[in-house]
Design a protein around this ligand. Structure first.
Ligand SMILES: Cc1cc2nc3c(=O)[nH]c(=O)nc-3n(C[C@H](O)[C@H](O)[C@H](O)COP(=O)(O)OP(=O)(O)OC[C@H]3O[C@@H](n4cnc5c(N)ncnc54)[C@H](O)[C@@H]3O)c2cc1C
Length: 501
């Protein structure tokens, strides 16, 4: 583990605190660093590593990345302390006690909680530049909108950043290629091999401390993150768009980039990812629908979600406007606690490598939490603990707003509830499943199909004034078996509570 080692340098003048999600030499507080007079401090806090059911793969990734980063700074000539302490503030106070009561500097933290804690402790901040849109600029955009439609923000971003636009118009003549994308899983398709990342001595040290054996899925260095980016561009970018929403049974990554962990812990910056993608687009014959779809994710969705986190405020996290109070289902803790093939396979994937792409997150996991009426905060906390890329700023709007519609529609105008028909079209899990997506009543009815209708029935008054829900709610009138369906829904919910469905 790296430690303070330089002796002949001048006395320290400042402490620069680098959070585990700010591992960048060029952004955040380190862009102001002076090796002669600054002491760089990273804190591995017990609060971050213990006390909750954190996925071992996630802890491994975060800790090993931070230790590699600290070592790299040392080799660049910085004086670095990697401190283990009960909390971040304990670690910083401990450092001050040893080196003197020096001013502490940090980049603005990525969550309300850490921002408040560091502020109270008198830490000095430099603006958070880990995104392409400042919090102030986003607030200006959001403050001028009647509803927060991501598509509008995304088009403004394209123009503001000058990405794939000429004279204010989109290259290729369209802003959106959804009609070419969103295809169901292909049959007889050869997916490229997964990129694996070899483990070094620091990785082994961290894994030993955590008493786990990591997969080779996640890199823990900037070099590894750059390899992942190159691999994406070489083997996946061109095919990204068409299958980005598909959920095949024979491949867990598809053409997704697997870059979110590095974007979120600072090893990669969105500007670099986008520039590399655009260079490839200029130099090679890449499909515009794929490049546009990827650019949309990074300069659109990612920036929008971060902006909305800060815009909506600290209390947004506590929303529960559908009054959903079911306890977390046992299947979330153990994939074997269900006969639903899609849920079992998705949770098993997460158990293995702490990742699933956006459709399993939204249309399988969140959909299950939504239609079962699971408590949003319990579900949010589970998602925070189990995903490799889960940071507070990104999970809160994605889960509370998009996933389980707990905010009364502030972020998304309608809930993403779906029955078995959607799942049988977009996933390959229904074939061979114990349940039949076409049935809504009876022992073998797909629980998603039953609960989708039951959810609409339970909330028809909540959605009465929502014109985007009118057609779905109206569909209830066509159900001649509604009384039977309500009874079946009670059985399904009770079975899910016991891990039997
Ligand atoms: C309920 C739910 C929870 C999610 N939780 C997280 C999370 O904790 N952390 C996280 O980084 N992403 C989250 N996402 C967004 C998305 O699922 C992941 O970013 C993506 O699956 C990561 O894999 P990838 O890097 O291969 O992404 P790709 O599909 O290759 O997309 C490229 C990049 O776009 C960005 N992106 C795309 N969609 C979003 C989005 N909705 N919000 C923020 N960034 C986005 C990510 O940085 C991602 O790396 C969530 C989405 C949903 C619906």
């Amino acid at each position: 583990m790296p430690s303070d080692r330089a002796t002949e340098a001048k006395p320290f003048e400042r402490i620069l605190y680098v959070a585990f999600d700010h591992l960048s030499r060029d952004h955040g507080v380190l862009k102001t660093a002076n090796p002669a007079t600054d002491l760089i401090v990273l804190v591995e806090s017990a609060r971050m590593t213990t006390g909750r059911n954190w996925h071992a793969e996630r802890l491994f990734f975060l800790i090993s990345s931070a230790r590699h980063f600290a070592e790299r700074l040392e080799t660049e000539g910085f004086r670095v302390r990697y401190v283990k302490a009960p909390t971040t503030m304990d670690g910083l106070r401990q450092t001050q006690a040893e080196v003197g009561n020096l001013p502490i500097w940090a980049a603005e933290p990525s969550s309300f909680r850490q921002f408040a804690q560091l502020k109270e402790a008198g830490v000095n901040f430099i603006a958070n530049d880990f995104f392409l849109t400042s919090r102030g600029d986003f607030a200006l955009w959001a403050g001028s909108q009647k509803s927060f439609v991501m598509e509008n923000f995304y088009r403004a971003q394209r123009i503001r950043l000058g990405i794939m636009v000429t004279a204010g118009q989109p290259d290729g003549g369209r802003w959106n290629y959804d009609s070419e994308n969103r295809l169901p899983p292909p049959k007889n398709y050869s997916w490229p091999d997964y990129l694996e990342h070899d483990r070094d001595a620091i990785d082994v040290e961290v894994a030993t401390e955590l008493a786990m054996v990591p997969t080779k899925t996640w890199a823990t260095t900037r070099e590894g993150a750059l390899r992942q980016l190159d691999n994406f561009i070489e083997h996946h970018l061109n095919g990204f768009g068409p299958y980005e929403d598909a959920v095949p049974a024979d491949n867990w990554a598809l053409h997704h980039s697997l870059l979110s962990p590095y974007l979120n812990n600072g090893l990669l910056h969105p500007s670099q990812v986008i520039q590399t993608v655009l260079t490839a687009y200029r130099e090679r014959d890449l499909a515009i629908e794929s490049v546009e779809a990827f650019v949309r994710q990074v300069i659109g969705w990612r920036e929008y979600i971060n902006g909305m986190y800060w815009f909506l405020g600290e209390d947004y996290r506590e929303n529960n406007q559908l009054n959903a109070n079911r306890k977390l289902l046992p299947v979330f803790q153990d994939s074997s606690q269900t006969k639903m093939n899609c849920v079992r396979s998705t949770v098993a994937d997460i158990e293995e490598r702490a990742w699933a792409h956006h459709i399993p997150r939204l249309m399988i996991l969140s959909n299950l939490a939504l239609v079962t009426g699971t408590n949003p905060q319990d579900f949010l906390n589970w998602m925070r603990e189990r995903f490799i890329d889960a940071s507070e700023w990104v999970m809160v709007p994605n889960v509370i707003g998009m996933g389980v519609h707990a905010d009364g529609g502030r972020l998304m105008t309608k809930p993403y509830a779906a029955g078995g028909a959607y799942l049988s079209r977009m996933t390959q899990y229904c074939k061979g499943c114990h349940y039949d997506p076409k049935l809504r009543v009876g022992e073998t009815a797909c629980p998603f199909t039953t609960l989708y209708w039951d959810f609409l029935d339970r909330h028809k008054d909540d959605f009465a004034k929502n014109h985007r829900m009118a057609q779905q709610v109206h569909g209830l009138k066509r159900l001649s078996d509604l009384p039977e369906l309500r009874l079946r829904a009670l059985e399904v919910l009770s079975g899910l509570d016991q891990g039997l469905v």
